[in-house]
Ligand binder design. Structure first.
Ligand code: ATP
Length: 264
């Protein structure tokens, strides 16, 4: 099985700050990773590296068979789907949902004068259906609920048939029903053998969808632990990551965590 991403000794510095410190990570086709860690740990920075939006200050980043820095990133980026709150903010509020999705095929943020091929339109409609928002195709992006916007973004990220899908806090800010329903949709995607390798960033173990295979725990710019999720997401590793005694449980592929009472 081919490696989709290979990070070796990747360090990112800005001024005197170290955002990522000597990260080693290999992601293979078919793997679904979750990156967990507290605020400021470096999760979004790691996603930016995996999206070829940030170059390492030190170390080597291999993406989809190429070494970042030696290839044209504008050819690399369309092969990687990314969703994040920052990208969502840049999507035009007045744009039709179908156009928000289909315009990704042309690597633009809004629909301009591009001639959309019939095939692209069909694919966009199929993705809206997979993400269960086909009924919203003609609504404007700005009128959607938070959950509907997240689904639109994921459909947009999948539009270019990416080989790597990066999701930055896809369930962040959703209510319980919104979260559970989005996690179900993501689980359906994760069990599809044709779905791209995926990296999902979150602060909460409750936001890990069923079907996630691997876990990377990040704290203070460094890896606390990484590997297959059941071996990695342990009480000890999670407690070290969040710097408090935590107890983690798994039931049918879903996770929860709570603090360990100091009062016995
Ligand atoms: N340009 C920069 N210069 C200096 N420090 C930066 C810069 N960009 C980010 N940082 C810092 O790097 C650290 C990691 O940021 P990052 O956004 O990757 O963390 P995160 O784990 O995604 O956090 P959160 O969960 O709060 O979103 C933070 O402390 C942040 O303040």
């Amino acid at each position: 099985m081919a490696a989709v991403a290979e990070l070796a000794g990747v360090t990112i510095t800005r001024g005197t700050s170290v955002l990522l410190d000597s990260i080693d990570l290999t992601i293979f086709e078919g793997e679904r990773w979750v990156v967990l860690g507290p605020n400021g740990a470096g999760k979004t920075t790691l996603l930016q590296v995996l999206a070829a939006h940030m170059y390492p200050s030190d170390g080597v980043v291999g993406l989809l068979g190429d070494v970042v820095g030696t290839v044209d990133v504008f050819e690399l980026r369309p092969r990687i789907g990314l969703t994040s709150a920052a990208l969502a903010d840049r999507l035009p509020r007045g744009e039709r949902v179908l156009d928000v999705v289909v315009s990704a095929a042309h690597a633009v943020l809004g629909r301009g004068n591009e001639e959309y091929e019939q095939m692209d339109l069909e694919q966009a409609r199929n993705l809206l259906s997979d993400l269960r928002i086909d009924h919203l195709a003609d609504r404007t992006f700005g009128t959607l609920s938070e959950g509907e916007r997240k689904r639109t973004q994921i459909a947009r990220a999948l539009m270019t048939d990416p080989e790597l899908l990066l999701l930055d806090e896809p369930a962040g800010g959703l209510d319980l029903a919104g979260r559970e329903s989005l996690l179900l949709t993501l689980s359906e995607l994760f069990v599809d053998p044709d779905a791209p390798a995926t990296v999902l960033v979150t602060h909460h173990v409750e936001e890990i969808p069923e079907g996630v295979t691997h876990c990377l725990l990040l704290a203070d710019a460094t890896v606390v632990a990484e590997g297959p999720i059941r071996e990695t997401l342990t009480d000890e590793n999670l407690s070290r990551t969040f710097d408090m005694p935590l107890h983690v449980t798994e039931l049918d592929g879903r996770w929860s965590a709570r603090s360990v009472s100091r009062h016995g």
